[in-house]
Design a binder for this molecule. Sequence first.
Ligand code: CUA
Length: 388
Amino acid sequence: MVVESRLERRRIGARCCGEGAKRVKRIAKRPSTRSVLVMLLLALTVVLTSGCGVIGGKIASTSDPAGDQARLIWDLFITPVWWLVIFVFVLVTGWILINIVRFRRQPGDTRIPPQVHGNQRLEIAWTLIPAIILALIAVPSTRLIFELNRDPGPGSNALRAQVIGHQWWWEFRYPEYGIVTAGDLHLVVGRPVVLTITSHDVIHSFWPPRLAGKVDAVPGRAHTMVFTPEETGVFYGQCAELCGAQHAHMQFRVVVQTQEEFDAWVAKLRRPIPEPPAGSLAATGQQLFAGKAGCAGCHQVSPTYDPVTPINKTLAVGPNLAYIGERHVLAAFTDNTPEELHRWIASTCDVKPYSIMCEKWWRIRAEQNTLLTTEEVDAIVAYMLSLQ
Ligand code: CUA
C-alpha cells in the first residue's frame, strides 16, 4: 500500500512538475501550532469586537429602536432579510458540512481528486439565485427609502432643527427659536423632527442608531432626516463617515424630552445667562476666558443667534458653550463631568489630539510656555459650570 502510494505520487510528480507530490505531503501534515494560534486569535477578535455596541455604558444598538425610522429599518431587516439570510446560511453551511464529512480524506489515500474547471450550469445558478434574492430584498427596501425622510410639510407640528458637522463635533441650531447648542440635540417625544443636515468642512454622517438611520453631512448640500422619537431618554449618536483622525470621537447625544421639559429648556436658553458674582472664582474664570486664556476667540457663551443666518455660515470656530455643565457629552466623546472638563482644558492634546483646540490653542501655548496654571484652569471650569 505504502509502495503503491509512493509510486502514485511519483507518477503525479512526473506529470505535473513535482508540485502535486509536494502538495500531497503538505496536505497530509497536521495543523501547525502557528495556524492553531491564528485561529485562536481570530476567535478572540470576534469575541472582543462583539462588545463594540456598548459605549460609555450606553447601548448604541440598532436592534433596540426608540424612534419610528429606526423601528421601520429594523422591521425591514427582520422580515424578509433576516429569514432569507438564515435560509441561505443553513443551505450553504449545511452543504459545506455534508461535503466535508462525506468526502474527507481517508487514511492512506493520497490521490488528488479530479480537478474541475468551469461548470456553466453551476455558475449560472450561483449568479442567478443571489441576484433574485437581492431583487426581492430591493423591492421593500426601495419603497422604505422613499417613505422615510418624507417632509411632513409646513402644516404639521414638526420640530425643525439644523445639524452641522465640524471636525470633530456637532452643532445644533433651532432657527425657530434662534438658539444654538453643541453635543446634545434636544428633541420632543412623539413629535416629528425634520433635521436639515450639512457640514462646514469635510463629509460626515449623522447617525443616532436607536432613533434613525444615517444621513451624510456634505459641505454645500442640505440633506433632510425625518423621524419621531418614541421614548424619552438620552440616546447615543456617532459620526458614521471617516472624517479624519478623531472621527471615532465625533459623537453626540440625543436628549428626548416631554414637550414641557423641552419648552423649559428652550425658555432657559432664550434668557440672558446670569453674570457670575463679583469676586467669585467663576468671575476670575470669566476674565481669563475673555482675556488671557483666549477662549472667546473661538467660543461663544450666548446660546442665541440671528435665526436668519444661513446654515452654511459659521457662527464660531468652536462649539457654543452656554449651559455646557448640563450637557451629557464633552469634547464630542467623553462623559461631561467637572473632572473631565478640567482634564480637557489642562491637557487638551492628551484628550483629543489633532483637534483644533489642541493644534491651534494648547500646542501653541505649550511651545510658548504660556499654558494655564491649575488654578487658572479651575477658575475657567468654575465659570463654565456657572453658565446655567
Ligand atoms: Cu465626522 Cu466621522
